[in-house]
Design a protein around this ligand. Structure first.
Ligand code: MN
Length: 487
């Protein structure tokens, strides 16, 4: 191992001799394959696969994934044939690299190529989730070095695609840290004016806020110590820029309407501690009504767990506080990667099993995506419904019986009805939200209790189609309209 020095080998120091030898072989092969090839920045091309593999090593991925990261561009750039890779490495590594490789320009062009490449990526990911993690690490390095791409048009396209596809994918895998990195690097190139404006707003806000936050943090720390709660850490966290921008868009770009620009985070050992801390916080400061969120009892769709509350801290100030365990914190930052982590491997602990379960849930989402994409033939429709059905932020709403229905954030009672059952959708006569009659184009809010009233002779109309946001509801309504026409 002596001749190869580098960070990858520090992160994999606990790997077996065989695994380390595999990574070293991939390192040398990729270095030789890319030869004097250069990136736009003028540095050796090999730096790119190296950085991708380093990200994978930092995420704790296994040796085959790291090796595939090193080799990921060798087939696409035709430095190596598929046969060579399978022979010199393994079927497993070949499959990973092939999954990441984009489609050639010969068969498809433009938007069509883009969409077919995505379909291919999803197919390969459904077989092996590690393909997607390599692809995300690849995009993370490309977006960090986007400034060197000479054409503005191309920079914009890559940045847009990162915000529309890759960051949301990282989000669906619960990889908060990677998602934030992708977004914040793409933001200035995709939306330059919005980026400047958001940065300016944040600068003004945090100057005033940070001192105040430190005062609140110290008070909280003392209170928790008095109550004999063992605290792993308390910290002030600043909202990431793009995530702040997304929220500002819903609040007329008024930063004073956003409660969690700076939030306090408390990390404690156990779930029981989380609830105790929440109780103490509410005894110390009055909570803002309607701002308490229990994501431990009802996790977000990507598995995110924490308790959130916003409290009045005196002098007219309000502070959002997030309480979580260390495991929840790791999960929020690394998501699926922490379930696949090398360090977690081999143990039959309960946590390992829980994580495996979360992993399978992610896979069922991927399967759903595959089933769905088979029905969408138009390239533009594919991209649009991908946005709406899979990447839009989700809201949880309830049936009157308390069943949870998960919908994209702009969904209406029409989407809700079809999500519950096709027959309920088809015979919808009206809707009640939280006990009050509501029109069918009302935008549902998280926590709403939705009741759909049905009538035997009610039938779908063109208007419903306009109110429906999800592909499922739109497809069912269209089918019913066609059926009526042909009768
Ligand atoms: Mn690459």
């Amino acid at each position: 191992m002596a001749e190869v020095k580098g960070d990858i080998f520090e992160y994999t120091s606990e790997f077996s001799e065989r695994e380390r030898a595999l990574i070293e072989r991939a390192y040398k092969t990729a270095k030789k394959a890319h030869g004097d090839q250069k990136r736009h920045s003028g540095e050796p091309y090999f730096n790119h696969p190296y950085e991708v593999a380093l990200t994978l090593a930092k995420l704790g991925m296994d040796a085959s994934t790291i090796a595939a990261g090193l080799l990921h561009d060798t087939i696409e750039d035709e430095q190596m044939t598929e046969e060579e890779m399978e022979k010199e490495f393994s079927k497993e590594i070949f499959t990973l690299v092939q999954g990441v490789t984009k489609l050639g320009t010969l068969k498809y062009r433009g938007l069509k190529r883009h969409v077919e490449s995505l379909r291919k990526l999803f197919l390969a990911t459904a077989e092996d989730i590690r393909v997607l993690i390599i692809r995300l690490a690849d995009r993370a390095h490309n977006i960090k070095t986007i400034e060197y791409i000479p054409k503005e048009e191309k920079r914009k396209r890559i940045a847009d695609e990162t915000l529309e596809i890759f960051a949301p994918l990282a989000g669906r895998l619960g990889m908060g840290a990677l998602k934030g990195e992708l977004e914040d690097h793409a933001f200035p190139y995709a939306l330059p004016e919005e980026y400047e404006k958001t940065r300016e707003l944040l600068k003004q806000k945090t100057k005033a806020d940070q001192k105040y936050m430190e005062k609140v943090r110290r008070t909280l720390q003392k209170t928790l110590a008095k109550e004999k709660i063992s605290v792993i850490k308390t910290e002030a966290r600043l909202k990431r820029l793009y995530s702040l921008y997304k929220k500002l868009r819903h609040h007329d770009m008024d930063i004073d309407k956003i409660y969690d620009v700076v939030a306090l985070r408390v990390v404690v050992p156990s779930v029981a501690d989380c609830y105790r801390v929440l109780g103490i916080i509410h005894r110390t400061w009055n909570p803002l009504p309607g701002r308490v969120r229990d994501y431990i009892a009802v996790p977000k769709s990507n598995g995110y767990q924490s308790l959130h509350t916003t409290v009045f801290t005196g002098d007219g100030g309000t502070v959002e506080i997030q309480v979580r365990t260390e495991a929840m914190h790791r999960e929020a930052e690394y998501g699926i990667a922490s379930a696949l982590s090398y360090k977690e491997g081999g143990h039959k602990s309960r946590r390992r099993k829980q994580k495996q379960k979360a992993l399978q849930k992610e896979m069922s989402w991927m399967q759903q995506l595959l089933d769905w994409q088979e029905h969408v033939s138009e390239s533009r429709e594919f991209l649009d419904s991908l946005q709406m059905d899979f990447f839009r932020d989700r809201v949880f709403v309830y049936t009157p019986d308390g069943d949870v229905i998960e919908l994209p954030e702009e969904a209406t009672p029409v989407d809700f009805a079809f999500a519950v059952h096709t027959d309920i959708g088809k015979h919808m006569a009206g809707a009640k939200i939280n006990g009050k009659l509501a029109s069918l184009n009302t935008r549902l809010q998280g926590g709403d209790i939705v009741e759909i009233m049905t009538k035997k002779d009610a039938v779908p109309t063109e208007k419903w189609l306009a109110h429906a946001k999800t592909t499922l509801a739109r497809r069912r309504i269209r089918a019913a309209l066609n059926e009526a026409k042909n009768r």
